[in-house]
Design a protein around this ligand. Structure first.
Ligand SMILES: [Zn+2]
Length: 562
């Protein structure tokens, strides 16, 4: 586990430093001239003194995932973001420009203090920041629709999505009669006239990738986002000067991802979208990806970065030009390789006091609520290293049961090093599950053919070593090995594996980044990160099945040697 965290931090530091350089460069350039980074090669720039030239700055974040508060290192957080956003607004206002602040969605799920308060602090924080609109992300449906509508009520800005349908609309829930045809549950688009002289169309779209996970909740129907966009774009084109698609459907640029229903396909299969402000794939796009004349943006995750796009719109020629683009780090830290000490990559951004005053009570209450009882168990389940790194264990059986419940996978697998505490007898709190899974790893899935599964499992067999953190715990599969340790037979849910079937395997995000022969799960085309933490899945399972009986979680031998 440690080595993985190390790898993650090295990646993170590298990107921080690279981007730090880019931004410093931008600031330097700005002093020399009015130019900036990454000019759009398609179009000429308008002169800043041109009276026909309107200035528009788009600020954006995505995949916030409950990070209203800074982390223990003092990185990101809405209070520092507010200071940064306010400074940019003031700067743009001086030049008579206009700012839109947009979110690519997935405000919900990821931090216990936010999760147990239904992300209310996050939406209130967004109000204070002055967001203008938000794409609806898939994680907005981790709770029931009643919670979704509650969050929409709190928000001072619109939720947008053209392709999420349900028979359970806000109106029918109020009337207690939800038998009608599915309808869009929020507005598909809006035309903003916030920036004087400019009509801006904002079109919301949501990934349809996760349809199966959410269908059972509220009969949600995630329709094809590109088809829905095509229905709306002609109206928007007629009535606006500029169209921004505010999406939560991922930017998939690898050749093996070309069929994925993401922003690149949206840009290439439609006409008229000027800018896509995206989310979901949670990557830092340090410069816009220009596809079919559309600028695609994404600002990684958690509010670590604020995306800033400066545009000019010439009202006479009706042409749009990009002045510059940058991802601005929000109090990210870099580690000095020589001393191991971390410090802010750029100058520290002070936290906004109004935002702190708003959020601090939520942070305190969230921490208190982690101790509230969620259920009980009659006997403790041993999570000590001596047990979970050497043999099948009842605590692992419980964890795997929770994984299968959450992901509907055929097979669950995780490593003994991922268990960091025992489950005590008696009453249990969310904190009890966080003690077992303190790392914030999420549940992921991958769908494997029989031959891929066999090759994967052959590598998993090799992880069965005494006292090893990688000791594998399995559920849903038994593997029969010959004397040489080679797999002779696999049974999934008691049935011998079949060559024409695919099997859904769930594992932690930590395991999904490891290499198993030729397979790295998180590089597989079917890879999906559910965003649910291991601790959250365990909490939900305990809550749904309380009171637990320890005897239920008998250990089953997954590897049979004959
Ligand atoms: Zn998402």
């Amino acid at each position: 586990m440690k080595s993985r965290l190390y790898k993650v931090s090295i990646f993170f530091i590298t990107t921080t430093l690279i981007c730090g350089c880019q931004i410093l460069q931008t600031q330097k350039k700005d002093k020399d001239s009015d130019s900036g980074l990454e000019r759009d090669p398609r179009v000429q720039r308008a002169l800043p003194s041109d009276p026909d030239n309107l200035k528009l700055t788009i600020l954006h974040t995505n995949d916030h995932h409950g990070r209203f508060w800074k982390n223990s290192e003092g990185e990101y957080g809405m209070a520092a973001r507010k200071t940064l956003v306010d400074a940019i607004k003031a700067e743009v206002a001086k030049k008579n420009g206009c700012v839109l602040l947009l979110s690519g969605g997935d405000i919900n799920t990821g931090v216990p203090e936010s999760d147990i308060q239904d992300a209310v602090p996050d939406f209130k924080g967004m109000n204070l920041l002055g967001y203008d609109a938000m794409a609806v992300g898939n994680h907005e449906f981790d709770n029931k629709l009643e919670t979704f509508f509650m969050q929409e009520d709190i928000a001072d800005f619109p939720f947008l999505s053209a392709n999420v349908y349900s028979p359970k609309t806000r109106e029918c829930i109020a009337n207690n009669n939800c038998n009608d045809e599915p309808k869009r549950i929020v507005k598909p688009y809006l035309i903003s006239e916030k920036c004087a002289g400019l009509k801006i169309g904002l079109l919301g779209l949501t990934t349809n990738e996760t349809r199966s996970t959410y269908q059972e909740f509220d009969k949600l129907d995630f329709r094809n986002p590109i088809d829905e966009a095509k229905k709306i774009l002609p109206t928007l084109k007629q009535n606006t000067d500029l169209i921004i698609a505010l999406t939560h459907m991922g930017h998939y640029s690898l050749p093996e991802e070309k069929d994925k229903m993401g922003d690149i396909r949206l840009a290439n299969e439609t006409t008229g979208i000027d800018v896509i402000v995206g989310g979901h794939s949670q990557e830092p796009l340090f410069k816009p990806d220009v596809q079919n004349g559309t600028l695609i943006l994404q600002a990684y995750e958690w509010g670590k970065w604020l995306g800033r796009l400066d545009l000019n719109y010439n009202i006479r020629t009706k042409t749009l030009t990009m002045d510059r683009y940058a991802l601005l780090p929000v109090n990210l830290k870099a580690v000095d390789p020589a001393t191991g000490e971390s410090s802010f990559a750029l100058q520290e951004i002070p936290e906004d006091q109004d935002m702190l005053a708003l959020l601090k009570p939520y942070q305190d209450r969230g921490q208190d609520e982690l101790l509230v009882t969620i259920g009980s168990i009659d006997q403790s389940l041993d999570g000590s290293r001596a047990v979970v790194r050497n043999q099948p264990a009842p605590i692992a059986e419980l964890i795997n049961s929770a994984i299968l419940k959450k992901t509907s996978a055929d097979i669950a697998i995780f490593n003994g090093g991922g268990i960091r505490d025992s489950l005590p007898a008696g009453t249990l709190s969310y904190r009890s599950t966080l003690m077992i899974h303190p790392f914030g790893n999420t549940l992921t899935t991958v769908e494997l053919t029989e031959s891929e599964l066999k090759a994967f499992m052959q590598n998993v067999v090799a992880m069965v070593e005494p006292n090893s953190g990688s000791y594998p715990h399995l559920k849903g599969i038994t593997v029969k090995l010959n004397e040489q340790g080679l797999i002779e037979e696999m049974k999934i849910a008691g049935v011998i594996s079949q060559s024409n079937k695919k099997y859904k395997v769930s594992m932690s995000s930590y395991m999904a980044g490891e290499t198993y022969g030729t397979l790295i799960p998180n590089k597989h085309p079917s890879y999906y990160d559910t965003g649910y933490t291991m601790a959250l899945s365990l909490r939900d399972y305990i809550e749904a099945n309380t009171p637990l009986k320890a005897a239920t979680f008998e250990t089953v031998r997954s590897f049979i040697v004959e």
